[in-house]
Design a protein around this ligand. Sequence first.
Ligand code: DCP
Ligand code: MG
Length: 399
Amino acid sequence: MESLPAIRSTLPPGRRIAHLDMDAFFASVELLSHPDLRGQPVVVGGPRRQDQPASGRAYGRLREYAGRGVATTATYEARALGVHSGMGLMKAAALAPEAILLPANFPEYTRCSRLFKAAVAELAPTIEDRGIDEIFIDLTEVPGETVVLAQRIKDAVRDATGLSCSIGITPNKLLSKIASELQKPDGLTVLDLADLPARIWPLPPSVINGVGPKASARLETMGLHSIGALAAADPQALVAAFGQSYGAWLWEAAHGRDERPLVTSREVKSISRETTFARDLHALRDRAALTAILLDLCQRLGADLERKGLLARTIGIKLRYDNFQTVTRDFTLDRATAAPGDIRDAARACLRRAPLDRPLRLLGIRLGTLVLPEEAAGVEVDPFGAEAARVSGMLLPID
Ligand code: DCP
Ligand code: MG
C-alpha cells in the first residue's frame, strides 16, 4: 500500500498507550453469580431486576419474552447466533429462542467496574476512564516489557473481578482502541506503526472511533472501503467532502496519527453523547424522529450520570447541519440534576435558540458543571444513594 516512511518519521516516538475493554461485560458479570450458565447463550436486557426468579426457579428463555426491551449485551455464544448490543429482544428471540434472558443489575456492574479500575491503578496510575467497562492506560513511564506488563494487568483484573478483558497497546489512543477489539475475547494485541499497513489498513473505516454510519456510507460512495484506501486518498478530496476539520482528521486517523494525551479523572469537565442520523432530518418535517432521538440521548445521559454518581447543572446542545456547519447552545440550571426530564427541558430551551431551517445530520447533548450530590447545595434528594457517591469519589469516569 502507500508510503510508510513518512508515517514513521512524523510521529513522536516512544508513547505506549493501552486501551482495556472488558469482554461481554454485563453478561460476564452475570455469569459470576450464575456459573451454571457458562458456555450457554445468555442475553442481558429487558426490564430492571425487580422480579428476579427465586432461587431454584428456571431462568427465563428469550422465546418467552414479549415487550420492547433491548439487549444491552450478550455472551459470545449468543453473539454466534447473531445477537448483539442494542438489538430488540423480540428480534434476538427470533435468532436465539433458547438463549437465557437475564435482567440488568447495574449496581453490580458498577461495583465490578470500580474493582477492575482500582486493580489497574495499582500497576499503572495514569488512567483515562472511558465509561463502565473501558479505560486508557499510559504505560510510557511504567517499567517492564510491554507484553509482560499487559499480561500482569490482565491477571490483576481477573484476580480482582474474576473477569477477562482485552487490551490493545500502540503509540496512541486511536490505534489502541482499534487494537483492543482485534482479538476479543481475552485478547492482547500490541501494534507498532510499522504494523499499520498489515493490521489496520485492511479494516473498514468504521472501526475508527469517530467514523459513524453516515461518514462510512459517504466514504463507501467515494470508493474508500478500507482505512488503507482512506490513507491513500487525496486529503483535499476528503476536505471537500467532509469539511476542513473532519476531512483532515480522517486522513490523519487513517495514517495512525493521534497525539491526544490521556484525560485523567481529576480533569473531568463534562459528559456528552451525540447521534449522527442515518439520513438528514428536518426540525419540522421530522419532528417525531428528532424528538425520539432527543429523548434517547437524555435517557442515556441520565443513566451516565447515575452510573457516575454525578449531577449536572449545565446542559448544552450541538447541532451539525447538512453542510457540516456546527452550532452549540447551552443553558445553566439553578440546581444540579440527573433527571432525563430536566435534561430534555433544558435541551429544548437550547434548541429554541438555534437556527432550525437547514436539515440536520447530528444532534449532541453535553452536560457540564458536574458535581457530586453532596456538593450540590440545595439539592433535596440524592437519587443515587451513598454507594454511587462513593464509587464516583474514587474514580470519576468520563466520556
Ligand atoms: N451496553 C449497553 N447498551 C449498548 C451497548 C453496551 O448497555 N447498546 C453496555 C453493556 C456492555 C457494556 O455496556 O456489557 C460494555 O459495552 P461494550 O461495547 O464494551 O460491549 P461488551 O463489553 O458487552 O462486549 P465486548 O466484549 O465486545 O466489549
Ligand atoms: Mg466491553
